[in-house]
Structure formats: C-alpha cells, structure tokens
Design a protein around this ligand. Structure first.
Ligand code: G3P
Length: 218
C-alpha cells in the first residue's frame, strides 16, 4: 500500500518524507490556494520544489476543462519532472485526455470520482490512478468506503491495472479501512498518517521499560 500526502505545504511534505513512509504527493487547486501559491509560474515552480523533496509520484492538476487545453497544460506539467502525474477531472474531456496521455505512456490521475461507473471509465481510459473521494461521500450520508470496495471488485474482475487512490481521507480509521479493502494508495493529511503511530499501551510500555532500565543501571 502506498502512502501519499494530500497537501501543497512544503514543511508537511518534508516531515512525512523524513518519517520514511512517503510514496508521493497529491495536490489540487484548493490546496495550492491554501498555501498562497497563485499565478501560473509560481504554481509550476512549487511543483518543482515538491518533486525535489519526495522520491515518488506528484499529482499536478490541470485547470483547463476542454480536451485541447488539458493536453497543452498536461504536457507543460509533465515537462517539469518525470515524477509528475497529470491530474485530470472525471469529465468527458478528462477521460479523453486520460486516454491520450495513457497512449503516450504519461502517468495520469483521474480525480473527483464518486461512482463505480466513473472509476470503470477511468480504468478503460488507461489512467494510472483513480481518485474516489471517500470523505466527501461520507459528508453527504453516502458510504464512501463502499465505493472503494466496489471499485476494488470491478478492477479485480478484469485485472485493470489502474491503481485505486483513496482520496478525501478525513481520519486515521479511513486509512485502516482502505487497507482492509485493498486500496492501492491512500492520500491523506499528515495528521491522519501520524495518527497511525499512537497507542496508549505503547507509551505506558515504553515508560515502564525506561524506568526499569534506570532502576537496574543506577
Ligand atoms: O486531493 C483531493 C482530495 O483528497 C480532497 O480532500 O478533504 O478536500 O475532500 P477533501
């Protein structure tokens, strides 16, 4: 299972990378804006900085909504670094662009996926990753995890190579549940990944080991 961090914050990306468990980064226009990164050149430069910090795939989202401009923008993004994965919206033109890039051997991530049918289309188009948005489905009283299970079943039935990238992760248990279902990748905020570290019995156990050591080594 790959761990991606879902942020454009360089400090958090660095912290996750230093922990040694990071396989990549996903961003989106909202996450870029949150870090105050605006203007085309600044955004391209920011992607280059992210690629320098991590070893793995870095998803960079196109802003264009029509096929021709998605291709122009996607090629520009891909030219930044071979780590860049072109993130395309789950639309008619987004699927066409995913097929275009897949034919060229360029990595893609089809995003804003909320149904099994959409995920099936993304796989048919040869997307490298498909991003179902778990938390946003939970937000509207729909079972986000169930969607991940459905996609897993469909992809396994036909041996589709598209990797399920569970996105919109809101808490640590989402990561555990995605691991049980067999999502290939999760992308989450650093806080949800850090949550995997914690258990009170670990803290109590460590405190006891250290106090016993001190008693024996006075
Ligand atoms: O990057 C896409 C996705 O992870 C967004 O998450 O929390 O804005 O629904 P969220």
């Amino acid at each position: 299972m790959k761990f991606f961090i879902d942020t454009a914050n360089l400090n958090q990306i660095e912290e996750a990378q230093n922990l040694g468990v990071l396989d990549g980064v996903t961003t989106n226009p909202s996450l870029m804006a949150k870090e105050g990164i605006t203007g085309k050149q600044n955004i391209l430069d920011h992607y280059a900085k992210i690629c320098k910090i991590v070893d793995g795939d870095v998803s960079a989202e196109v802003i264009a909504t029509d096929f021709e401009n998605m291709i122009i923008e996607g090629e520009e993004l891909a030219s930044i670094n071979s780590q860049i994965v072109i993130k395309l919206p789950m639309t008619h033109d987004g699927i066409k662009a995913a097929k275009y890039f897949s034919n060229k051997g360029t990595k893609t991530n089809v995003t804003l996926v909320f149904s099994a049918g959409q995920a099936l289309l993304a796989a048919k188009a040869g997307a490298t990753y498909v991003s179902p948005f778990l938390g946003r489905l939970d937000d509207i009283s729909t079972d986000g995890l169930n969607l991940i299970s459905e996609i897993r079943e469909i992809y396994d039935n036909y041996n589709f190579q598209t990797q399920i990238l569970a996105a919109s992760i809101r808490h640590t248990m989402h990561i555990i549940d995605c691991a049980k279902i067999g999502a290939d990748v999760i992308t989450s905020p650093l806080s949800s990944i850090s949550g995997l570290l914690n258990h009170p019995l670990t803290d109590i156990g460590l405190e006891k080991f250290l106090s016993d050591y001190k008693k024996g080594n006075k």
